[in-house]
Design a protein around this ligand. Sequence first.
Ligand code: GLU
Length: 448
Amino acid sequence: MSERPHVRFAPSPTGHLHVGNLRLAVINWLFARSCGGRVLLRLDDTDQERSTAAFAEAIVRDLAWLGLVADHQARQSDRLARYREATAQLIAADRLYPCYETPEELERMRRRLKARGRPPVYDRAALGLTADARTAFEAEGRRPHWRFRLDDRTFAWHDLVRGPVEIAARDLSDPVLVRADGRPLYTLSSVVDDADFAISHVIRGEDHVTNTAVQIDLFDALGAPVPTFAHVPLMTDAAGQGLSKRLGSLSVGALRTRGIERLALASLLARVGTSEAIALAPSLAALAADFAFDKISRAPARFDEAGLDRLNARLLHEMPWSEAEPRLTALGYTGLDAAFWETVQPNLVRWPDVEAWWRIAAAPVAPVIVDPEVTTAAAARLPEPPWGDDTWDAWIAAVRAATDRRGKALFRPLRLALTGRDDGPELRKLLPLIGRARAADRLAGRTA
Ligand code: GLU
């Protein structure tokens, strides 16, 4: 095994990336980057019915958007010949055996065992089949699927997140590695790939803990070194429920469309479910410098959308105009300037929030008139251009003197007339963006 750590992120291109699997990607990348390691992006696309090239492309795009670019890529569908070779090796070593049970027969067997309070472990009936019995099944037209004969031992490893783990072979079924149609199943292709690509650290969700016991045996059977494992608790929603029902709205694409910034998402995913407080990081490199497996908690990580919004707001509030300008242009806003950005940015949580303030500055707004005395007086006293630093104070002083209103009684009617809403950026800064002509019309109650 080479000295430089080598990790892989191995999504199946059967859907879009969502925050749950993206967190695993982030952890793989941060670990690799924290120690000069390399990352393989492996597309587990042997399920031909459900895998699509479009999902594969979207996964690569979503990862790149977040700044996660792999050092190299592999596709399992390109490696089928290699899995056949490994299958032959395992058959020759007497570790794969043909089984002829139908899914219905297996289901009946599982039910029988359950009824007797026994774990649904495969009874290895096929191991005892005579050559004649096999021939008879073949004559019936049955094609075998192939199970891996587990070694009768306890598999133990030191998990970088869970600590020492032990799983006894007797609690496990011999796993099916090759289907009746000859296609390899995940366990086989994954281990062959991890071995061939010399993966040093397998970092994945804790739903794979049991698979790991089997996989350790398979690495040994193939004569390959066993990698180090880290099983990360799965992510839930803020209420502690599994993410499966919300995968659409929690897809990376959906978050991007909602106007979430990549660094806000990366900061959250790097820290959620760890012993560290969630905070906005300046860069992925900073997050990598901070990475350690022992900070990852054993409890499920809760994905808190409100927390993500807070990080995103923070990021937008701190973003300089030079960075905001190209983003705004990409969103289709042209002709804006630093004054606009600095005025509205404290009111943004996500990018689409820009729209409302852009409209108030540059598009017709229906004013809301709640105190005509104030707005009429204000309209009559609107200063002539050019407007300078003291224009606002002079104007407000004049309106105050004319109406005897102050504080909220003065500013609320002005805000509602000028913007049509009750909240927003400082009026002092907003007024120059609205301009004199629109301001005069709106104060007079006209849509402008
Ligand atoms: N394609 C598998 C999954 O998405 C990969 C699991 C692994 O990392 O080994 O669950």
